[in-house]
Design a protein around this ligand. Structure first.
Ligand code: BG6
Length: 453
């Protein structure tokens, strides 16, 4: 009996090639997998396991964090089995059951690395198997085409496999510096006592990407930046920054933050959201030539709690931007009119680190000048090597049954509702989608959101 089996539905998909296989290889090299583990990659294509190994090899070589060595890779491949199957055909699940009978495991993680339209049929097929024991089911956004279908699926998964056995991944929660936000706040007197409206002027969360929509037009043109980045990753970050008690249960705390987002019937949509689209987007592959999908979104949100009342949280994300960068910037209040505010920047990627800007005396003069301290965590090779990739960390957590950094359904539902309503308000108000040049910082009109208090 193996000690761990990762079954991947969608073994021949982009997610498996780019993220899951390289992450498993990293874990293998770091000796974080049990000796007796298996990966079962399920796909529809006519491959043998050997064919599959040849296909994943260049992906692992390109994307694994650790340097790939031929011998180690060969050893790693002895653990990977390709299982050919059309997973939409329920009559074929018996064969999968037979396979598990011959290859039993004590710890089963099942990854739905396919688009959400297949989640239901896989759930039906997989839950009918006899030779699986308490599997943990891992799935990623989008969890369904609509909120109601996602809710039905979620209830079904929880009913069939158990609430604690459903792992909804947001890979941003696996990023080292996202996890560091709470530590930086609560382990430093410097920040712990000033994390509130009395001392913080604004919070900016910015996620800029250089890449465009690439080959994912079919999906992206329906999702847009709001659903692709804001509803999940950026509201996750925002709610982590804003939790009331950094020591409390993270999911419960985050949900409380989202529950206190200013009710949308109390906001003016034009001061809350601005959408943009990069020039040339409509000519990209699989994109509607008249598409109104946003590739950029800027938001100004408020959290109506004692801690945050009146503090704007600015969120900005876009594709085809000037640079790739994710940061959280906390601007403190100015002590006096003649000094600049202190600024703390938590750098999430590609640089991982912390930047602090504060005031000192100008050397040799009486005036005040800015000092800048810039700590780069991933410039240190040891730190860099010790930092697991997001997927590596999340897969390891699933293997260990640690669900603490996975999203509970209520959190997803809340952010989904909020973003759906915002989107609808934008349409109802007939607000424009501003175009912006590729390689810029988005539409210049977005700056207006930032200037109005
Ligand atoms: C994904 C989005 O969830 O996150 C992509 O679907 C986006 O559109 C990606 O590019 C960004 O992730 P990362 O880890 O590269 O910041």
């Amino acid at each position: 009996m193996s000690q761990f089996n990762l079954t991947i539905f969608g073994g021949t998909g982009d997610l498996s090639y780019r993220k899951l296989m390289p992450a498993m290889y990293n874990l293998y090299i770091k000796k974080e997998l049990p000796e007796d583990f298996m990966i079962t990659a399920i796909g529809r294509r006519e491959y043998t396991s050997e064919d599959y190994h040849k296909i994943v090899e260049p992906w692992i070589t390109e994307f694994a964090q650790v340097k790939v060595k031929d011998q180690a890779l060969e050893q790693f491949f002895t653990h990977i089995h390709y299982f050919r199957m059309d997973f939409t055909d329920l009559s074929l699940y018996q064969l999968l059951d037979d396979y598990y009978e011959k290859n039993p495991t004590s710890n089963h993680v099942v990854y739905y690395a396919v688009s959400p339209e297949f989640f239901n049929v896989i759930t039906d097929g997989f839950s009918s198997l006899k030779n699986i024991h308490e599997p943990k089911i891992v799935l990623e956004k989008p969890f369904g085409a609509t909120l109601s279908s996602a809710k039905v699926l979620s209830e079904k998964l929880e009913r069939l496999f158990g609430k604690d056995h459903v792992y909804r991944i947001d890979h941003y929660l696996g990023k080292e510096m996202v996890r560091n936000i709470l530590t930086i706040r609560e382990a430093n007197l410097l920040f712990a006592n000033v994390w509130n409206k009395e001392n913080i002027d604004s919070v900016e969360i910015s996620a800029l990407e250089e890449v465009g929509v690439e080959t994912r037009g079919n999906y992206y043109d329906h999702a847009g930046a709001l659903k692709d980045m804001v509803q999940n990753h950026l509201l996750q970050i925002m709610s982590i920054v804003a939790v009331d008690d950094p020591h409390g249960d993270i999911n419960t705390q985050q949900l409380e933050v989202l529950r206190h987002l200013r009710p949308l019937d109390q906001v003016d949509i034009k001061d809350t959201l601005l959408k943009g689209q990069y020039e040339g987007y409509r000519q990209e592959m699989h994109i509607d030539p008249a598409s109104k999908t946003e590739t950029f979104a800027a938001l100004k949100l408020f959290i109506d709690t004692d801690r945050w009342q009146g503090v704007p949280f600015y969120i900005r994300t876009g594709k085809k931007m000037e640079r790739r960068e994710i940061v959280v910037k906390i601007t403190f209040k100015s002590l006096r009119d003649d000094v600049d505010p202190d600024v703390l920047v938590i750098k999430i990627q590609p640089t991982e680190g912390v930047y602090l800007e504060f005031n000192i005396k100008t050397p040799g003069e009486d005036s005040i000048t800015k000092a800048q301290m810039d700590f780069c965590q991933n410039c240190n090779l040891i730190f860099k090597l010790n930092t697991p990739e997001a997927y590596e960390r999340m897969l390891h957590a699933c293997m260990d049954g640690d669900g603490s950094w996975f999203s509970k359904w209520e959190l997803i539902e809340r952010s989904w509702q909020y973003i759906d309503t915002l989107k609808q308000m934008y349409i109802d108000a007939d607000l424009p989608i501003y175009t912006y040049p590729q390689g810029s910082l988005g539409p210049k009109e977005a700056d207006q959101l930032y200037t109005k208090k």
